[in-house]
Design a protein around this ligand. Structure first.
Ligand code: MIG
Length: 685
C-alpha cells in the first residue's frame, strides 16, 4: 500500500519523484486513511503517534547518532553545524524524515516531506510510544506498507528516485586535511604515498586553497600554478577535490559577489536588502539556493574550477552554518556594553556566555532572512532544511549541463532527502574516538535507507588527536564504505597514513580496499539501480531471527558479505553472531589470509591489529582483484581481462555465481543487467 497525503499548502521540495503510482488521499480524509498512526492537529501543526511494544523496532532517519534501531531517543530534523556527535546530539547536518517501523508481521514506512524541524520522539519521553511532532500545517506525508522491511525501503527509494552515481575513481583511497596550505603541501602528500607504495586516488583542498576564503578563487601565492598542479597530480592518478562553501564574501571587485548583487541572487532581509552574515571570510551573502535562477547561476560558477581540470567537489557550511549575523552581533555588543563596569552576578555571567554561544547558528537569525519561493518571500526558518540540498542541486544540475556525459564527484555536508539524486554526503565533523568508529558503521544502513549511497565518515576522526591503532581499525571499516577518506581538523595530530610507523599494515589494508573495489562498486551500483541497501542491518536480511534483530555492530555489505569491525581499543578479537553458516576470511593482506568455515551462532574470533574479518554468505561469492593497483583506473575490468588477476572467494555451496556490475566508471551510461559479468566458482565451470 502506498499513499500520499497532501496537507495544507506544502512547500515544493522535489524530494519525491514518482508520486503518480501513489494513491493520493485528500486532506479531509487524512485522519481516517493514515493506517496505524494516530493523528492529532496541534496548535502549531500535527502530532502523529504509534504505540510501541517490546519488539517494535524503528529504523531510518539517516544521519543521526545512536544505533541502527533508533528506538529510545529523540531525534530532530534540523540541519545543524554540530561537531559534537555525542550520544545526546539530537541533530547533525542532515534532515532525513524517513522512518520504518517494524512491529511483528507488520512493517511500514513514513516520510514526512516538510522542511520544518520535525521531532521524532522514538520512545524517549515515553518508552512505549513513538510520537512525531511536526511544527507545520503544510506538508506531504507518504505512507507505505509492504511485506517486509526491504520492500518498504524499495518502495521509498523508488519514490524518491535514483541516487547520485559517483565516478569510480572516487572509490579509491582519499587523503584530506584542513591545513594543507599550499602547492608544496599537496605535492608532498602525493609524494609520500607514492614512496610508500600506498594507493591514493584523491587529495582534498580545504578552505586554504582559496584567496581569503572566496568561493571559485585560487590563492595566487600559495597555488601560483594551479592548473599545472592539477594536471601533474592527474598524471600521477591523483584527483584534487576542492571545497566550496555556501557563503559568498562581500567584497567590491569580487565577481561572484558583484554579479550576485546585480542579479539579485542573494537572500534578503525584511527590508529587501542583501542579508549579511559572518562566516570564514567575514561578511558574506547567502545565495538564494531555493530560487531556480540563483541556483543555476551559482552552479555555473563551478565551471571556473572545472576549466582548470578539477573533477570533484565537496560542499561545506551549507546548513547554512552562520558564525553571526550583523543584527545578532549588535545585540550581543549592546548586551556586553550594559554589563561593562557592573558587579556581575550569576545571571549576568550565564547570560553573557549564553549570548556568546548563541551568536552562531541562531534560530533568531533564521527568521531574519528570506528566500524567494514561487514568487513569495519565505523566511529562512521555514525552509532551513532545504538549503544544503539546494546548494548541491545547484552544482549537480549545472554539471549535467556543463559535463553532460562525465560524472563529477560531488558530496555535501548538509542534506535533505531529494539531494541524494545530486550528490553524496560525508557525515561531518566526527572525532577521533572509538565510539565514532562504531557510529560510522551504524549510520551506514540508515543513510542508505534515505537514498544516500555514496557516503562515509572522516576516517580516523576529524576533531581531536587520533592514534595509530584507531586509524588502523577505522581503515578496517572505511575500506568497505564508498567514500573512504582520511580527513582531520587543523591543529590536530597529523593522521596521513605515512605519519605512523606501521606503514606495512596501512599499505596492506589500503591494497585490500583496492582488491575489494570491483565488488564494492558493483554492489554500490546495484544498490542504486535496483533501489536496495548496500549496507543492510542483519534484522532486514534475517527477519525470522530475533537475535539478528539486535545485532548493532555487524552489517551486510552487498549481497555476499557480512562485516564485523573491531571498534574496541586494545581488543585482539571480538564476538560475532552468525545468523547462518558463513565462511570467514581473516585478511592481513590481499595475499595473506585464513579461511574458516563457521556454524550459525556465536563465535569469538581473533582479529589482531591489522587483521580484518570478512564473512561470505553461503551460496555467494566475492570477486577480489589480487593484482597491484596504485589507483582505481589500474584495476582491469573483469570482463576485459577475463578474470586474469582476480580471485573468487566463496561461501559454502556449489554452483556459486556472482553477477559483477562493471562500466567505464566515468560516463553517465550505466550498464544493463544483461551486460553484467557472471563469475562462477572454478570447480563448477
Ligand atoms: O567549521 O573547511 O566539516 O570538514 O575541514 C569548519 C574547514 C569548516 C567544516 C567541515 C570540515 C572542514 C572545515 N569546515
Amino acid at each position: 500500500m502506498k499513499r500520499v497525503f497532501s496537507i495544507g499548502n506544502p512547500i515544493k521540495t522535489d524530494a519525491a519523484l514518482q508520486e503518480e503510482i501513489w494513491q493520493s488521499v485528500s486532506a479531509e480524509q487524512t485522519m481516517e486513511h493514515l493506517p496505524y498512526l494516530q493523528v492529532e492537529e496541534t496548535e502549531e501543526g500535527y502530532r502523529f503517534s504509534y504505540p510501541l511494544n517490546d519488539t517494535t523496532r524503528i529504523y531510518g532517519l539517516g544521519e543521526q547518532v545512536r544505533g541502527i534501531n533508533k528506538r529510545g531517543f529523540e531525534y530532530v530534523s534540523l540541519c545543524s553545524d554540530n561537531p559534537n556527535h555525542h550520544e545526546n546530539a539530537h541533530s547533525l547536518y542532515g534532515a532525513h524524515n524517513f522512518l520504518v517501523v517494524s512491529d511483528g508481521p507488520c512493517c511500514f514506512g513514513l516520510f514526512l516531506d516538510t522542511p520544518s524541524a520535525v521531532r521524532f520522539d522514538c520512545g524517549f519521553w515515553n518508552m512505549d510510544e513513538l510520537v512525531i511532532h511536526v511544527p507545520s500545517k503544510d506538508m506531504k506525508v507518504y505512507f507505505m506498507e509492504e511485506d517486509g522491511l526491504l520492500e518498504v525501503i524499495k518502495a521509498f527509494r523508488q519514490l524518491i528516485g535514483k541516487s547520485y552515481v559517483a565516478p569510480k575513481w572516487a572509490f579509491g583511497y582519499q587523503q584530506s586535511r584542513w591545513g594543507y596550505m599550499d602547492e608544496g603541501d599537496i605535492r608532498n602528500v602525493a609524494k609520500r604515498y607514492k614512496e610508500l607504495d600506498i594507493p591514493l586516488d584523491a587529495i582534498y583542498l580545504d578552505i586554504d586553497y582559496m584567496e581569503r576564503f572566496k568561493d571559485f578563487t585560487i590563492h595566487p601565492e600559495r597555488f601560483p600554478r594551479f592548473e599545472e598542479l592539477v594536471a601533474d597530480m592527474k598524471a600521477e592518478g591523483v584527483h584534487l577535490v576542492p571545497i566550496i562553501d555556501a557563503g559568498v564574501k562581500v567584497e567590491e571587485g569580487y565577481p561572484v559577489y558583484e554579479e550576485g548583487v546585480a542579479l539579485g541572487h542573494f537572500c534578503k532581509n525584511a527590508a529587501g536588502e542583501d542579508f549579511v552574515v559572518g562566516v570564514w571570510p567575514g561578511f558574506v551573502h547567502l545565495p538564494d539556493m531555493l530560487e531556480p535562477d540563483a541556483r543555476s547561476w551559482f552552479g555555473h560558477w563551478y565551471k571556473v574550477l572545472l576549466d582548470k581540470g578539477i573533477e570533484g567537489f565537496w560542499n561545506d557550511m551549507n546548513e547554512p552554518a552562520l558564525f553571526y549575523s550583523k543584527e545578532g552581533l549588535e545585540q550581543f555588543f549592546a548586551y556586553m556594553h550594559n554589563l561593562e563596569g557592573k558587579n556581575l552576578d550569576v545571571n549576568d555571567v550565564f547570560g553573557m556566555r549564553w549570548m556568546a554561544d548563541n551568536l552562531a547558528n541562531s534560530q533568531e537569525d533564521y527568521k531574519r532572512f528570506f528566500h524567494k519561493v514561487e514568487g513569495r518571500m519565505v523566511p529562512h526558518d521555514q525552509v532551513h532544511n532545504l538549503y544544503g540540498y539546494m546548494m548541491t542541486r545547484a552544482a549537480g544540475e549545472a554539471f549535467d549541463e556543463m559535463e553532460p556525459d562525465k560524472r563529477i564527484l560531488l558530496f555535501s555536508r548538509s542534506s535533505y532527502i531529494g539531494m541524494h539524486r545530486y550528490g553524496g554526503i560525508w557525515t561531518g565533523d566526527n572525532q577521533s574516538r572509538w565510539s565514532h568508529l562504531l557510529m560510522n558503521l551504524q549510520m551506514m544502513p540508515s543513510l542508505n535507507m534515505c537514498g544516500f549511497i555514496y557516503t562515509g565518515a572522516d576516517m580516523g576522526g576529524f576533531g581531536e588527536n587520533s592514534t595509530e591503532d584507531l586509524v588502523i581499525r577505522w581503515l578496517g571499516l572505511s575500506m568497505f564504505t564508498p567514500l573512504m577518506r582520511n580527513h582531520a581538523a587543523i591543529g590536530t595530530r597529523e593522521q596521513e597514513l605515512y605519519q605512523f610507523p606501521h606503514t606495512d599494515i596501512m599499505r596492506n589494508l589500503v591494497k585490500l580496499r583496492y582488491g575489494l573495489v570491483p565488488y564494492l562498486y558493483s554492489e554500490y551500483m546495484k544498490s542504486i539501480l535496483e533501489e536496495t541497501l548496500m549496507f543492510t542491518p542483519l534484522a532486514f536480511a534475517y527477519p525470522e531471527d530475533a537475535r539478528a534483530a539486535e545485532v548493532e555492530d555487524q552489517v551486510l555489505v552487498g549481497e555476499s558479505l557480512m562485516i564485523a569491525p573491531v571498534y574496541v581499543q586494545n581488543a585482539t578479537g571480538r564476538y560475532v553472531y552468525l545468523p547462518e553458516e558463513m565462511t570467514c576470511y581473516r585478511f592481513r593482506s590481499l595475499e595473506d589470509y585464513d579461511v574458516m568455515e563457521l556454524e550459525r551462532g556465536d563465535h569469538y574470533l581473533r582479529a589482531a591489529l591489522g587483521e580484518v574479518l570478512v564473512f561470505v554468505r553461503p551460496g555467494h561469492g566475492l570477486p577480489l582483484y589480487t593484482g597491484n593497483a596504485g589507483h582505481v583506473t589500474e584495476i582491469p575490468s573483469y570482463a576485459e581481462c577475463e578474470g586474469e588477476g582476480y580471485a573468487f572467494l566463496t561461501g559454502k555451496g556449489k554452483n556459486i555465481t556472482y553477477l559483477l556490475y562493471e562500466d567505464d566508471g566515468i560516463s553517465k551510461a550505466y550498464s544493463e543487467r544483461k551486460d553484467w559479468t557472471p563469475i562462477h566458482k572454478q570447480e563448477d565451470l
